[in-house]
Write a new protein. Structure first.
Length: 130
């Protein structure tokens, strides 16, 4: 709703000329995006060969800890101050009628804001620093 309001306010702030220019630019962009690339332009795209791919991937040693009867694996590597976490649960103890809520739990746990970032800002930050 906020985005719609912001866009409405932005549209109201434009003159008729600016609005027409925006519409024209948008139509040109759509036309460009839907057009086929020439063979010349396609040939400019850098390609990799199979020999460019490492045959021996880097190996990261995991350390295993046992905390309160729970196995924890830890891999110490640079990740630009982002903590990547995979949680695995034994669902055999969950009654069948509650299994349907597992995907809800997954969504909730995977879409949390942090102290310094909203979820969407954090996702952008991660993608920018990959």
């Amino acid at each position: 709703m906020k985005i719609k309001n912001d866009l409405d306010n932005f549209k109201k702030s434009l003159s008729k000329e600016e609005l027409n220019k925006l519409i024209s630019n948008t139509l040109e962009l759509i036309k460009y995006q839907n057009s086929e690339d020439s063979s010349e332009n396609l040939a400019k795209i850098p390609m990799i060969d199979l020999k460019d791919i490492k045959t021996n991937p880097e190996w990261y040693e995991n350390r295993m800890f046992l905390i309160s009867n729970t196995t924890l694996y830890y891999c110490d590597q640079f990740c630009n101050n982002v903590i990547y976490l995979d949680l695995l649960f034994d669902l055999r103890v969950l009654p069948n009628d509650l299994i349907q809520y597992c995907s809800l739990l997954t969504s909730i746990l995977g879409n949390q804001d942090t102290k310094n970032y909203s979820y969407s800002d954090l996702e952008k930050e991660i993608l920018l620093n990959c």
